[in-house]
Design a protein around this ligand. Sequence first.
Ligand code: PMP
Length: 499
Amino acid sequence: MALMRNITKYCNINRTFVIEYKSRGYVTSSGPPEIPKCEFEFKGYGGKNYEETKTIHGSKLSPSVRNYYSKPLLATQGRMQWVWDQNGKRYLDLFAGIVTVSVGHCHPKVNEAAQKQMESLWHTTAIYMTPPVYEFAEKLVDTMPEDLKVCIFTNSGSEANDLALMLSRVHTGAFDAISLRNGYHGAGPYSVGLTAHGTWKHRYANGFGIHHAMNADPYRGIWGGSNCRDSPVQTDRTCSCAEGHCNAADEYIGQLEETLNYSVSPKIAAFFAESIQGVGGCVQFPKGYLKRAFDLVRSRGGLCISDEVQTGFGRLGSHMWGFETHDIIPDIVTMAKGIGNGFPMGAVVTTPAIAQSLKGVLHFNTFGGNPVACAVASSVLDVMKEEQTQKHSAEIGTYFLQELEKMRGEYDVIGDVRGKGLMIGIELVSNEATRDPLVGPEYAKLFEEIKDLGVLVGNGGFHGNVLRVTPPMCVTYNDINFALSVLRYAFQAHKDCQA
Ligand code: PMP
């Protein structure tokens, strides 16, 4: 009956559906998939009630601060991969506060490190030395290859990218920079110019000297085939490339060359790219594209900047850093989000030679390298090592992707499944052949339904039609099987509405 209610609500029409969910083994006899048990308890909630909170949101917060869902979630407690609402309803968090809770909500070791540091010293600024900053700086650069050995701490990813652009301009003495369309690099005064989504641009001057090259998207772009991606799942496009060669990479590199020839001065300052585009909908470039792009940019005097805000810290499974999956060494790496498991922090890592360019002028921010943030980030790295979260991401992410690929074969609404490790995108379409995105109320219903069934996923892509799965790296196979059941349930309900 619960199932019927759900579908009737979903379709908003009175029809009888004969669906053998039970025989397919992904629902309980009484209805939708059951959330796995967990060892943590809801501690109760005594704060402002739901309606009051919504009223404050509507009247006291900027309208640009938009919640997901027509009935937004009021999150009141988190523990590892779980989040509870005000009534104690538990959700499996597969979005991790936008790819940020890297090792688990309120991870006990990270909590302990934060509490310990809070008892001794909260704040100094960079005018004094304080141990957690130096301990973390050493630990962080130890994870970096080659000459990437100097850190500058910031409070966010936007700030890290602003700084990276400034640094590249100061170091090269050039001004122009290039980023890729569909990339997101932040909303700061510089970084919003690097961001190449019109939806994030306000009507004021931004991006002076920044140019956007064609995105190298093997699914939605002009070129792409069945072997482009470094992923267990490929697009459903065909491919006529010779063994070991990628025509799509050739074509997209040709487009970058056009931008270099026609849009910028002969010497450029920087090229920014994510290793996998996050906000853009988990878009992966053809293999070899970034390596060739870096060569091209360097031949024009530019620095190559990897934005690892989403792809860093082992989430991609095979490597600690996303750029390593492309076999490249950037000149500057920017990071945030997962660095602090939710604690506000960011960083820029570069070479000593590039960092030297800042000598002689002051660069300062009050909170960058806050001792509590650094103690937290240090313990996050320890937990990653102890719990082997990178290896776990590789194994469990591959399993998830392979299961989703099977689902793509069953549901026309799934146009593409992509990603690597625990950075996964499921692109929804209204027409599989034309790849028209699934947008508007149909997408919104599906998205809401998944939440109501107990799973939080993200939303991304320029058209907002990509379900993003980037959980805390402590998720278990049991959780993933539950999530797969929920997705299947929601996709089936959507399919039945079309029938
Ligand atoms: N770069 C990337 C790749 C991001 O995804 C984001 C945030 N979504 C940023 C930069 C900006 O980070 P922040 O929101 O911490 O400023």
